[in-house]
Design a protein around this ligand. Sequence first.
Ligand code: MG
Length: 431
Amino acid sequence: MTAFAWGAATDTGRLREGNEDFLLAADGLFVVADGMGGHHGGEVASHVAVETLGDLVEDNGRLTTDALVDAVQKANDALVGRADDDPELKGMGTTLCALALVEADDRDVLAVVNVGDSRLYLLKEGELEQITEDHSLVATLERQGRLTQAEAAVHPQRNILTRALGIDSKVMVDSWEILPFVGDRYLVCSDGLFNEVDDDRIAATLRRLADPGEAARELVRLANEGGGRDNISVVVVDIVDDEGRAEGTANTDRIVSTVHGPDRVLATARVSKDGRQDPGSTDVSENGESPTGRKRRNALTWRVVLFLFAVVAVAGVALGAIVYSGTNTYYVGFEGEEVVIFRGQPGGVLWIDPSPEERTGLFRDDLPERVLSDLEEGREFSNLNGAGEFVDNLREQVVDDEPAPAEPEAAPPGDPVAPTTTAPTSPPPGG
Ligand code: MG
């Protein structure tokens, strides 16, 4: 059976009037929430979130990671409902970071759920590692390589969160499953600690003080010593029994699974720590590693689909126009020596070749020189009537341009008159 020893401490700090952080440290469930929002909204938010989570966990006995994630969603629902009921609490929100003992594949594992910028660290063989990812503007920019860690630490917008409970009806929850090993020490804390005390100092303190309660109190003291500009909450959890896992097992990676928010649904909150919806912070387009990024990737995907749809539609219209002009227009040109009305475009369009529509019985030799080049290129018309009228006009030019008929020679006297279709132009001899 997995067993814990733990200690916790929270403090208002040296500048804030009240403590909007709230924590829970019970056997198998360790939670820190950092509330925000005016009119005690932050205080209410962190209390409601932690208590809702605590009650759900208590009611459900042995948990799974999914049930814990659902419990976070229910805590979010509780906050949203509370803010709807009380206008003074509108805009309240909270971070939530929890470590809980759950069951997976018939064994004990530690489930971690996180929303916002409170953190879970693991001290393993003396090395401190941050397990959770912050859902904050600066953390996002840092993951994108747009800010260094040092720049992020002093960035004027480091209070801007990209996710929090209580802001939207759906919340993205990151979760991890971690194998408990004897000797491992976990730290759950609000940003009031790590904004005042650097990781090296936190690690040194956790290594130095064996008692978890003493370690927690010392970390709070160091945060106040560092400035105490925010509320400070610290929970230190030691694994004191791991069902023999550590015995005979080489050092292994503790983390057995990681699920980032998007697989579970999803809205993006962007609020500043004073509880306002933040209208003007730097735009964040994540690189795909973070939940927000995946949410945005979904949005991007829709834009891509719409764009492709538009491209296909435009291409379809263009293709339709080409096919129309290739099959419903006409031109007059030569086929061999004969003048022919063709359906289609001279030379064809794409795969559509022109086809003879009407033969005219007119030939190149019948026509005046001045019209030939026009016909060789193909004289185009939008309909068959137009082409027909043009051909009629050509026929008239044939007649006009023909030389006047010569006077027939008189038949020699005594010759019989040859039968002819043309009328005789001179009287028969001797008549
Ligand atoms: Mg804080």
